[in-house]
Design a protein around this ligand. Structure first.
Ligand code: F6P
Length: 359
């Protein structure tokens, strides 16, 4: 048996722990393991395919990033190719990918990625490739799994930032608006905001009214709390509005979401007259060591993915349904995008402890 492993989409802390667990589990079954570099670029002649040995994965479980590299602009079905006039055209290179995999004697692929990469894995599977998925994203927006690895690390990074912002905001009687990642979901904002006792949390699942946000800040002022911390998910938007996007994306890449903290900070300062600062936590949330929780989950996912290959569970992905790891059909998982439930107890508790959602 010869399997290949690929990591696609934005990186997430824990990827290396998945790779390590999958490689060791496969080698211990007597299989061979190849690593496809930079998403599927290695199978398109745009990068390498390497042999993964015990030495390749030694001492990597605690490291952020991915030893296989990754990309979020390498969809083989819409591969961006530069034309002579400098513009890009998207072409379907999936047949070429399959042929290269066949030439390399690859029997099965473990594809580690978010919803975009899982959709690619599903299409390749429908074309006959034997693929098992491992869900990955710091945003926690893959259905069917309680959580994805990388999420806990991102929440902890955001939490540390909130703790630090509290002391400086209080010293200066300021409002500080911190933007966290999450694309169309507010999981990172909600979890870090509640754990970090933010005063306002703004998430895409609950559109906000800036007047309500300012009312909360003014009420704190009247109560003698002259500083406030606002945690905003990058995809949050006001009632009747839409999420802010950032500049031009690279060819083949999805639209970039973000920039909302700056405009919210300007509005808060204008309406309340309070000095307001903003920051975007950005890719700090994706970098660095995975937490113990993420390392363990990633390791469990890697081991389970190899078991799924052994059982021939093509087109399925591993998922956490506590306390068990289960296998779910990728097609079913992708039918429903995972969004935060505004009636979830975490939201309810946040409200009951005085946090405003600006609604
Ligand atoms: O999906 C993960 C994520 O980190 C999102 O939270 C964020 O919007 C996006 O990727 C950022 O992508 P990039 O690394 O291309 O800026």
């Amino acid at each position: 048996m010869r399997i290949a492993i690929s990591t696609g989409g934005g990186d997430a802390p824990g990827l290396n722990a998945v790779i390590r667990a999958a490689v060791l589990s496969a080698l211990n079954r007597g299989w061979e393991v190849l690593g496809v570099k930079r998403g599927f670029a290695g199978l398109l002649g745009e990068d390498e395919v390497v042999i993964l040995t015990r030495d390749s994965v030694r001492g990597i479980a605690h490291l952020g990033g991915t030893i296989l590299r990754t990309t979020n602009r390498g969809n083989p079905f819409h591969y961006p190719r530069k034309q002579e006039d400098g513009t890009y055209k998207e072409i379907d290179r999936s047949d070429e990918l399959q042929e290269n995999a066949r030439q390399l004697g690859i029997d099965a692929v473990i594809s580690i990625g978010g919803d975009g990469s899982l959709a690619i894995a599903l299409r390749l599977c429908q074309k006959g490739m034997k693929i098992v998925g491992v869900p990955k994203t710091i945003d926690n927006d893959v259905s069917g799994t309680v959580t994805t690895f990388g999420f806990d690390t991102a929440v902890n990074t955001a939490l540390e930032a909130i703790d630090r912002l509290h002391t400086t905001a209080e010293s200066h009687d300021r409002v500080i608006v911190m933007e966290v990642m999450g694309r169309d979901t507010g999981f990172i904002a909600l979890h870090s905001g509640l754990a970090g006792t933010a005063d306002v949390i703004l998430i895409p699942e609950i559109p906000y009214d800036i007047g309500k946000v300012c009312e909360k800040i003014a009420a704190r002022d009247r109560a003698g709390r002259q500083f406030s911390i606002v945690v905003v998910a990058e995809g949050a938007f006001p009632h009747g509005g839409h999420a802010s996007t950032l500049g031009e994306s690279m060819p083949g890449q999805a639209k970039r979401v973000g920039g909302v903290a700056d405009s919210i900070a300007r509005e808060i300062q204008q309406i309340t007259g309070k000095e307001t600062r903003s920051l975007v936590l950005g890719h700090l949330q994706r970098g660095g060591m995975p937490t113990g929780y993420d390392r363990l989950l990633a390791t469990r996912f890697g081991g389970a993915a190899v078991r799924a290959v052994a059982e021939g569970q093509w087109g399925h992905m591993v998922a956490l349904q506590s306390p068990h790891i289960v296998m779910l059909s990728i097609a079913e998982v992708l039918k429903v995008p995972k969004r935060l439930d505004p009636n979830h107890d975490v939201v309810q508790t946040a409200r009951e402890t005085g946090i405003s959602f600006g609604d």
